[in-house]
Design a protein around this ligand. Structure first.
Ligand code: DGY
Length: 324
């Protein structure tokens, strides 16, 4: 008998067909709550769940008695109670590597657009305000040759740093639990304590995963350490930053600008002060959102699921303890 899968996320027709060859597949729309009463029977029989933004709760896990594998179409898994899964012997698979370069591109796009005021000035042209050559009031700041402070120096942080050091001649500083001697050699990067990095960097770019330790890692106290000309970039998770403190820092010119792909509450509502500030570029969590990369992430999730349900080691397994 074929094993049963629940899919709640974007897969191509070919990817769905690949899964249907091997498994009984039920596709749930994103508008349905995974643990809604009408999905209980489906969940009770499912061996695998594959999708993005999956709302996995202990109650759902109680209902999903046969569940062996969850394959999230994301690298981040802060929305998933990993310990609960591990306790129940359920594998959690994610999609690292395939989105590293694209997410770093997004980070660098935010560095460039905030420093050079690209969005603000493009809107200004569209509003027919370009009547004469612009003056210093609309000048931006250089990116090349400046100091880039990476908060978190994992795969994505390193890829942003590589762009800065090799493409823009930037001095890279990083704060990270462990030193990265190979990157220090390759990029001339220097490790700093967080507080030192915040004080020295022209651009502070956050790439740490969201955990109990990193929630509100950046709050009023940390922002106050940044240069008044400093630009703050977040491509990690919104909750790593105290958003009210960030808004206050921007409103009171504690820092110059911010480029944000992630927010404490997503989707960000237009009522947020962040949407009103010309010195803020707010994106709708597009870190990995290119056709190529989202397709590669979905394929990685499909491969993870296929391997795991066939008893082989998945490519990207978060909770190693669950693999026998
Ligand atoms: C990820 O993969 O974690 C990206 O942030 C998209 O959610």
């Amino acid at each position: 008998m074929k094993k049963r899968l629940v899919v709640q996320g974007r897969l191509s027709d070919a990817q769905l067909a690949e899964l249907r060859d091997l498994f009984e597949v039920a596709v749930l729309p994103k508008t349905t709550a995974l643990d809604a009463p009408e999905n209980r029977a489906l969940l009770a029989e499912a061996h695998g769940i594959i999708g993005s933004g999956l709302a996995i709760t202990p109650q759902l896990l109680d209902a999903a008695r046969n569940l062996n594998v969850i394959a999230t179409i994301s690298v981040g898994y802060d929305n998933i109670p990993v310990d609960e899964l591990t306790k129940r012997g359920i594998m959690l698979c994610n999609t690292p590597d395939v989105l590293t370069e694209t997410t770093a591109d997004t980070g660098f796009a935010l560095i460039m657009t905030t420093a050079r005021r690209v969005v603000e000035l493009a809107e200004w042209v569209k509003a027919d305000k370009w009547q004469a050559s612009i003056g210093p009031a609309l000048f931006g700041s250089d990116v090349h040759g400046k100091t880039l402070g990476m908060v978190g120096f994992g795969r994505i942080g390193q890829a942003v740093a590589r762009r800065g050091a090799l493409g823009f001649g930037m001095q890279v500083l990083y704060s990270n639990a462990s030193p990265k001697p190979a990157l220090e050699k390759e990029l001339g990067a220097q490790r700093r304590e967080l507080n030192e990095l915040l004080a020295e960097a022209d651009f502070v770019c956050v790439t740490v995963p969201l955990t109990a330790e990193t929630e509100h890692l950046i709050s009023a106290q940390e922002l106050a350490l940044m240069k008044p000309s400093g630009i703050f970039i977040n491509i990690a998770r919104g909750k790593v930053v105290d958003e009210s403190a960030l808004i206050h820092a921007l409103e009171t010119s504690v820092i110059q600008a911010a480029g944000l792909d992630v927010f404490e509450q997503e989707p960000l509502r237009a009522a947020s002060p962040l949407t009103k500030m010309p010195n803020v570029v707010a994106l709708p969590h597009i870190g990995s959102a290119t056709h190529e990369t989202r397709d590669a992430m979905a394929q990685r999730a499909v491969d993870n699921m296929r391997l795991a349900l066939q008893g082989e080691r998945p490519i990207s397994l978060v909770n190693e303890e669950t693999y026998q």
